[in-house]
Design a protein around this ligand. Structure first.
Ligand code: PMP
Length: 400
């Protein structure tokens, strides 16, 4: 196990003079904190004997029922019996890895992929093969090829780990047309899909959420959800929705990992969903993050030197930027921090050290004027790097 690049950055990026476009922290200050405080006090008074006691490893039945209501927004028809509550979706990922992966096994993931998923797979000594994406997510043909190649090498893929909607870190979404094809490719190859979807309800351009992969293949997909981005990550409540045989193993793995969840956290979330106007809250979050997304895209267009490219996310927290040839996002980071802006170098999102010409920019946490300031600072740093590159004759083709 090694420290992730994102973790290592947190200490530096949290200094007040630095605009951090690095972390993916949701803006919990936008929550109705007074109301949540009252709700917690009420819960302790009325149901303290249950809320402060051990609970079951599968999770509170009431919350599991509420979770099914949340998932129905993405077209999922689920039964509470098939839901396993977890400590954030991160734990769901960890439990799935424990259940499915032996050392040397291969997981297929998108390239780039979620940094802490790579950490989980590495801890299981699994290998990760990554499939490149474009603006429409992963290409089903390339995915099929990768499955075929791995099978021919005698190490068939065990899982396909995907963040199909508003991907972390790339900010892209698997298009509706490709969703059916990706499911078909996985079905044919006999590979279980792990659909990690913490951002699906944070959509900024369309009226309705994307239909989840799980909605069209209940037997072939384990779906991971989370209240970290739609409510609060500090509560640590997420879940897995799994075919029953997988669900049973996840419950056993959860039991040995932590005996019981925080019943208190689960009941807080359940009471919040049942008594508060959370759909309205979600709408407020969408409006706030949309403004921040627009501020970032506007600032990138206004300030970035020619040759820098970036994705335009329709939701979620992240923009993925590509640097002109010859520039290295990892080598550039100390200079960026010196200029009081932080980002995550692309290398953290690849298992093989790729991604040096990329970086992840998040727009979830700083207010719009700070985002604009941060992008402007970053654009200056990239501009200086380009000048240096050209002066030293390092530009592509300069040797010719
Ligand atoms: N998956 C993805 C893609 C994420 O971005 C995150 C949070 N950064 C998680 C899982 C884990 O979130 P949590 O454990 O808070 O639900």
């Amino acid at each position: 196990m090694v420290a992730s690049e994102v973790r290592a950055l947190f200490a530096v990026a949290s200094r007040p003079e630095i605009v951090s476009l690095a972390g993916g922290m949701p803006n919990v200050d936008a929550l109705p904190l007074e109301t949540l405080g009252e709700l917690m006090a009420e819960l302790t008074r009325e149901r303290g004997g249950t809320a402060l006691q051990y609970g079951s490893a599968q999770g509170d039945p009431g919350l599991r029922e509420s979770v099914c209501g949340v998932m129905s927004l993405e077209g999922i028809d689920a039964h509470p019996d098939d839901v396993v509550v977890t400590v954030g979706s991160q734990q769901a990922l960890d439990l799935i890895a424990r259940v499915f992966l032996d050392p040397g096994d291969t997981v297929v993931a998108e390239g780039p992929t979620y940094v802490t998923a790579l950490g989980v797979f590495a801890a299981c000594q699994a290998r990760v093969a990554q499939v490149a994406m474009d603006e429409e997510g992963v290409d089903p043909g390339a995915l099929a090829e990768t499955f075929g190649r791995l099978a021919a090498e005698g190490r068939p893929a065990k899982l396909f780990y995907t963040v199909p909607t508003f991907q972390n870190p790339a900010g892209v979404t698997l298009s509706a047309e490709r969703r059916a094809a990706v499911l078909e490719v996985c079905r044919r190859a006999g590979v279980l899909v792990v659909e990690d979807n913490p951002y699906g309800l944070l959509h900024y351009d369309q009226g309705e959420p994307m239909r989840a992969l799980r909605a069209d293949d209940p037997a072939g997909v384990v779906y991971l959800g989370s209240f970290s981005k739609t409510l609060a990550p500090g509560l640590r409540v997420g879940w897995a929705l799994a075919p029953s045989a997988v669900r049973d193993k996840l419950v056993l793995a959860a039991e040995s990992a932590m005996l019981s969840h925080s019943v208190f956290s689960q009941l807080v979330v359940d009471r919040y969903l049942r008594t508060q106007p959370w759909a309205e809250q979600l709408k407020e979050f969408r409006e706030m993050y949309r403004e921040r997304r627009d501020a970032m895209l506007g600032a990138l267009a206004a300030h970035m030197p020619r040759g820098v490219r970036w994705t335009s996310p329709g939701g979620g927290f992240f923009v993925w930027a590509s640097l002109p040839e010859g520039l290295d996002s990892k080598a550039m980071l100390p200079r960026a921090v010196g200029a009081r802006v932080a980002y995550v170098p692309g290398t953290g999102f690849y298992a093989d050290g790729g991604g040096r010409s990329h970086l992840r920019l998040s727009f979830c946490y700083p207010p719009t004027e700070r985002i604009e300031e941060g992008v402007q600072r970053l654009a200056s740093v990239i501009g200086e790097e380009l000048t240096l590159r050209d002066t030293l004759g390092l530009s592509p083709g300069a040797e010719r």
